[in-house]
Ligand binder design. Structure first.
Ligand code: IMP
Length: 181
């Protein structure tokens, strides 16, 4: 375990198992769609989750990336801006938005609006983690890996000031790591 981590909330094994389960659910959900969905992954946090998930989806999916982060430190901000846009037209496409965590819910609501404005058809959301107790807007993911309590978490894509994204588990940092800032 990394020395800055207080406890592991979701282990590597649990994440891998969940990716298999979500991959099956997504495969079933989209099986009868005229065209497989385009996965839109939000940089940078959802990259490990996307990698874990895609090999378990038994459909001819495609994926693309967007970066809309306005996130700084330990609090999610309200203002969502596009830092990197999609590389293709999504007119008429069914989109599966891939998130690392749904916290206040603002990101998926705002990105959902942006995708609709670009002409997307149906938009669904898959998230590895969900903190329902933190919601400030009405937002709900269609596929959820793990519901977690209101704690700041890092690992498996999630960062604290850009660190800890490469851990293969989701954990909680020791208090002194925040105090040392
Ligand atoms: P929302 O817009 O408040 O739902 O926040 C979504 C984004 O905030 C996520 O994609 C993360 O980048 C970030 N975030 C929210 N909670 C955490 C956390 O506990 N650890 C790391 N990043 C977080």
């Amino acid at each position: 375990m990394h020395p800055d981590v207080k406890k592991i909330l979701v282990s590597e094994e649990e994440i891998q198992k969940k990716c298999t389960q979500l991959g099956q659910e997504i495969t079933e959900a989209y099986r009868n769609y005229p065209q497989p969905p385009l996965l839109v992954a939000l940089l940078k946090g959802s990259v490990p989750f996307l990698a874990c998930l895609i090999s378990r989806i038994e459909l001819d999916i495609e994926y693309d990336f967007m970066d809309v982060s306005s996130y700084n430190g330990t609090e999610s901000m309200g203002d969502v801006r596009i830092l990197k846009d999609l590389g293709q037209s999504i007119k008429g496409r069914d989109i599966l938005l891939v998130e690392d965590i749904v916290d206040t819910g603002r990101t998926i609501v705002e990105v959902g609006k942006m995708l609709k404005n670009k002409g997307a058809n149906e938009i669904k959301v898959v998230t590895l983690l969900d903190k329902p107790s933190r919601r400030v807007v009405d937002a709900k993911a269609d596929f959820v890996g793990f519901e977690i309590p209101n704690e700041f978490v890092i690992g498996f894509g999630l960062d604290y000031n850009e660190k800890y994204r490469n851990l293969n588990y989701v954990g909680v940092l020791k208090e002194e790591v925040f105090q040392g800032e």
